[in-house]
Design a protein. Structure first.
Ligand SMILES: Nc1ncnc2c1ncn2[C@@H]1O[C@H](COP(=O)(O)OP(=O)(O)OP(=O)(O)O)[C@@H](O)[C@H]1O
Ligand SMILES: O=C([O-])CC(=O)C(=O)O
Ligand SMILES: [Ca+2]
Ligand SMILES: [Mn+2]
Length: 662
């Protein structure tokens, strides 16, 4: 026992010769001149609590002009600029059957002090009383480009299911829909889109007419204008400054506003001053259903795109991903018109400037694998490839959270902090610790965060031409090799096929994997025929000498149920070897049926798993499954056999020959 004089079962707090707690000093000591009187504090600069609170805040940046604003070279006053901005928002919210837009005013109606006293409509001219609706008699309060902190307050105060989690993220519920509704996505078919777009079997563009669009638009706008307040976000898409698109998002929920704040590119205060008229507008009236008696409406949900009007209307779903992916669809139309390829892919860049693209359907690993601590993240989901290189379309990431673990995905884990929207997760009531394994609300739990929350994000999110094009498939059949090197024709074959096999609904016990084929790894978002995008990709890969790879992030050692998912650590080793160039130099052999070139050895990955047949205990079962998958690929490709890809019929024939052979 320590020789501090305290022994025999007694304990002490330190090793000084003391027998008990230090005495609390109540007497003034000589060297300290501490005064403890209540009246010693500096006087309060306010007479009332209200006044005191008003001292907390100073005017914030977005409404403060940085430089004197000009319109057509003529200086306009700040007051005039504010008026123009409100006019623009009122015009966005205008019903098409009434002469004027709603009266709009900035600020939260609950905070009267912040609401300007101007009770004067934006449009001064006298409008016939006949055309005024009830919602036209009142002001619609505009919560314009609020900050994350302001949006947190709005969400927590007014939206059920909004909570701050222990790491500071905003937990929200998206309501009845916890995923996208592709069967309710419609596009207006008019003279232009008739010829431009891909219609009919296999196309994601379900048609609607202009009139029906206007009915739904009116329904959304009337709903939004009937509210006390609406959120308006003015933001950008695409980091390529020459091909940037201005988007306006009008929504009823702080959740939607914060989600888009994170996912689109955030304008600087200066950029906001010059914003002007948006190129595209979303009306998100997600809480309000569409009218089933309206032509074309097959459910209470409708996501409607009108390219001519440059508008999108959302009714009957609050899932925020509809906005993100709806805009992606728009980019899939606008960018190819400018000879720019739009891609459903992640993208990152090595220290040497080597860029890699990661294609794949939902859940195959775009976000997980592009978020790589040793590389710069350009983006996780939506990119453009132009003559100048790649650019991210978005300003944020949207990561799957199910079974998220700090050790496996540290950068994503750490990005879930203040400002991040956490959708549909379950958390401990008291500590607010999120349980990422809990699927009670949905398996599709998600985190949306600004890209700069990833420490090695490449800002601005642009990079040179890709060196590697990695096609990801989560093959729950367990027959595709963990990695294969592809020639150009094979890359095109697999790009057009867009294969993955996930296992749905784990609750009801083991289910058969179901193959999904989604052209260009994003058939739900493309607007033109898949061969148009494929031809552009082939041309770009050839021109810039990019190498194609097929990586199976799914099963090994058997199909779902008997085998297991390939360890993320192994997939990361494979990806590292692609980036470093080591894999290009490896020794290869060809597989049966799919004719894929697979490496015989790769550092950090057990050699036996590189050829799936080695990992299957039942060789016959392996062969049967391989043939079954080959058959599914073949059947899926039938619809493409009559199309020419690019100007070269040689490439078309090569692509057709690059599929399974048996
Ligand atoms: N070997 C593996 N490789 C990649 N991801 C894996 C692997 N094993 C498990 N996973 C898990 O699979 C999921 C991949 O999802 P990810 O968010 O990357 O999908 P995504 O391709 O970005 O889809 P979306 O387009 O829907 O956002 C993650 O939850 C990840 O942890
Ligand atoms: O859009 C979504 O909801 C999520 C996503 O990224 C995808 O499905 O590709
Ligand atoms: Ca993703
Ligand atoms: Mn995606």
């Amino acid at each position: 026992m320590a020789s501090n004089g305290v022994g025999n079962g007694e304990f002490s707090f330190d090793n000084k010769r003391r027998t008990g707690l230090p005495k609390i000093q109540t007497q003034k000591t000589e060297d300290e001149n501490v005064v403890c009187h209540d009246d010693s504090a500096t006087p309060v600069k306010a007479q009332t609590l209200e006044e005191l609170h008003s001292l907390q805040k100073k005017k914030s940046a977005p409404t403060t002009p940085i430089k004197s604003p000009h319109v057509f070279g003529v200086a306009v006053s700040e007051e005039e600029r504010q008026k123009q901005q409100l006019q623009s928002i009122s015009a966005s919210l205008a019903s098409l059957t009434r002469e004027t837009g709603p009266k709009v005013v900035k600020g939260d109606p609950a905070r009267q002090a912040e609401t300007p006293k101007v009770q004067r409509p934006v449009h001064h001219h006298h409008t016939p009383a006949l055309n005024i609706s009830d919602s036209g008699l009142k002001f619609t309060h505009i919560l314009y480009n609020l900050s994350p902190a302001e949006l947190y307050e709005q969400a927590i105060k007014y939206e059920k299911g909004s909570f701050i989690t222990s790491s500071g993220a905003l937990a929200t519920l998206s309501g009845a829909k916890t995923g996208r509704s592709p069967r309710d996505k419609r596009v207006v078919r008019d003279e232009t889109t008739e010829d431009d777009l891909w219609w009919g079997k296999g196309s994601p563009n379900i048609e609607m007419d202009e009139q029906t669009f206007l009915i739904n638009r009116e329904r959304a706008v009337d709903y939004l204008c009937s509210l006390e307040k609406v959120f308006v976000n003015d933001q950008f898409l695409n980091w390529d400054p020459n091909n940037r698109i201005k988007v306006r998002i009008v929504s009823a929920r702080a959740y939607h506003s914060l989600f888009m704040h994170n996912m689109c590119i955030r304008p600087t205060p200066e950029e906001l001053e010059d914003f002007g008229t948006p190129d595209f507008t979303i009306y998100n009236a997600g809480q309000f259903p569409c009218n089933r008696y309206t032509h074309y409406m097959t459910s209470s949900t409708s996501i409607d795109i009108n390219l001519a009007r440059r508008e999108m209307v959302i009714l009957g779903t609050q899932y925020a991903g509809e906005m993100k992916k709806g805009l992606f669809g728009v980019m899939h139309y606008l960018m190819p018109k400018r000879q720019i390829l739009s891609l459903h892919s992640g993208c990152n860049m090595g220290k040497e400037g080597d860029v890699a693209l990661f294609f794949g359907l939902s859940g195959t690993g775009k976000t997980t694998l592009s978020t790589d601590h040793n590389r710069y993240l350009i983006g996780d989901d939506e990119h453009c490839w132009s003559d100048h290189g790649v650019s991210n379309i978005e300003g944020g990431c949207y990561a799957k959270c199910i079974d998220l673990a700090r050790e496996k995905e540290p950068d994503i884990w750490n990005a879930i902090k203040f400002g991040t929207v956490l959708e549909n997760v379950v958390f401990e009531e008291h500590t607010r610790e999120v349980d990422y394994t809990d699927k009670s609300v949905t398996e599709n739990t998600r985190a949306a965060y600004p890209i700069e929350y990833i420490p090695n994000a490449k800002i601005p999110c642009v990079g040179p031409h890709p060196k590697n094009v990695i096609l990801l498939a989560c093959d729950a059949f367990g027959v595709l090799p963990p990695v294969s090197k592809l020639n150009l024709a094979q890359t095109m074959y697999h790009f057009i096929s867009g294969y993955t096999a996930l296992v749905a609904g784990t609750e009801d016990g083991i289910k058969e994997p179901t193959a999904t084929f989604s052209a260009c790894f994003g058939a739900a978002f493309i607007m033109l025929h898949p061969t148009k995008y494929a031809a552009m990709l082939a041309e770009k890969m050839l021109k810039h000498g990019a190498t194609g790879w097929l990586v199976n992030t799914g099963w090994s050692g058997g199909s779902y149920g008997s085998g297991s998912r390939i360890k993320l650590a192994y997939t990361r080793k494979i990806i590292d070897a692609i980036h470093s160039g080591d894999l290009l130099k490896a020794e290869y052999k060809k597989t049966e049926v799919f004719g894929l070139e697979i490496p015989t050895a790769l550092e950090g990955v057990p050699s036996e798993i590189l050829d799936p047949v080695n990992t299957w205990p039942d060789k016959k079962a392996h062969k049967d499954t391989l043939l079954k998958l080959g058959g599914l690929f073949r059947k899926n490709f039938e619809v493409f056999t009559n199309y020419k890809i690019g100007s070269d019929s040689n490439l078309t024939e090569e692509i057709l020959a690059a599929g399974p052979n048996f």
